[in-house]
Every structure is written in C-alpha cells, then in structure tokens.
Write a protein of this length. Structure first.
Length: 192
C-alpha cells in the first residue's frame, strides 16, 4: 500500500503549488504572482469602470469554477459577468458548429471590444477554449487564461495574461484556479 496522505499534508502541498503558480503576459514574460494578480485585477477594474462584460468559460470542473466565480463577480464585485455554457445554447451551437467552435460562436454574437474573457482549462489543450480566446482577440477583447499540467500547454501562451499551475493533479489545478478567482473576486468587491 502506498504512502497515506493526510488532509493537512495535502493542504500544504496545495498551498505550495498555488503560490508558485506563474503569470505570463502576451509576450511570454513572467510576472511574480502578486504583480500578475494586480494586472488581472486592473483588467477587471477597467471592465467595471467602462461597463464592459466579463465572460468566464471552462469545461467540466472548470465550468463549475466559472459558474461559481461569476456568482461572486456579479454579487460581490458588481461586474457584468456571465458564463456562456447554458445547456440549450451550448448544445445548439455545438450541434450546428462543432463543440470546438461553440464558445467562439456564442462570443461572436455577444462580445464587444474591451470585454474580458477568462478562459479556464486544466490541461490547456481544449480546442473550444483556444477558439474562444482567438475570437475574443479578433473583436478587441481582453483575454486571460488559466491552465495547469504541462509547462508548454498551448493555452498558456494565448491570453494577454496567463496563469499556470505547475501540477498534473486535477484537484490542485481546478481548486487553484478557483482559489485565485475567489481572491480576485474579493479584491474587485473592495473597488467602489
């Protein structure tokens, strides 16, 4: 039988993984975690001040993270935030345009210049997330990616700001993204 991990030892490992997460900008230049959070927060503050929309997308567990953080962004942060994975709309677009194009197709109707897209994919490999970022950039939107797993995953270089967690543990990556976004939501809430 393998080594048994206690909750507290897992929490310490989780904390280390999240705190050593890395932000990069569109040029691939690394930012320390606090500078990355500040940049992220400034993008949301600008969206709030100019009455822009914030879209949050993900698949599976990342879609759950997206839904939860949108609740906090709207309720506590006063942001015009939403997910775009309503089952009827998403399945319509996936059926008509292919799942890899579903989010991009929805955004092609809803997104405008200056809107923000937060795109979450643990592996960074999801074609529908990549296509959503590319569409958002075409309309002049701001793109923020959250990923994990491999250091060279494609999503990590697509956003204007990218956060990557160096772990192959789905739980750590998903909860790390959730923790970061919750922290950001709390900070947005303090902006009047």
């Amino acid at each position: 039988m393998g080594k048994s991990l206690t909750l507290c030892s897992r929490m310490k490992e989780f904390s280390e993984v999240v705190c050593t997460g890395r932000f990069t900008d569109a040029m691939g230049d690394e930012l320390n975690i606090e500078a990355g959070i500040e940049k992220f927060l400034n993008k949301l503050k600008q969206a709030k001040e100019s009455d822009k929309r914030v879209f949050v997308v993900g698949n599976g567990g990342s879609a759950g993270v997206a839904s939860h953080v949108v609740t906090d962004f709207v309720n506590k942060g006063g942001l015009r935030a939403s997910t775009i994975h309503d089952p009827a709309l998403l399945t319509c677009m996936a059926n008509d345009y292919g799942y890899e194009n579903a989010f991009a197709q929805i955004l092609s109707t809803l997104a405008h210049k200056g809107d923000v897209l937060i795109a979450i994919s643990s592996s960074g490999q999801s074609a529908n997330i990549h296509n959503a970022i590319e569409l958002m950039q075409k309309v002049g939107g701001i793109t923020i990616s959250l990923s994990g797993f491999k250091k060279n995953n494609p999503l990590r270089s697509l956003g204007s700001l990218n956060f990557w967690i160096d772990s192959n543990d789905y739980g750590f990556v998903e909860m790390g993204h959730f923790f970061l976004l919750h922290h950001i939501a709390d900070q947005v809430a303090s902006v009047k």
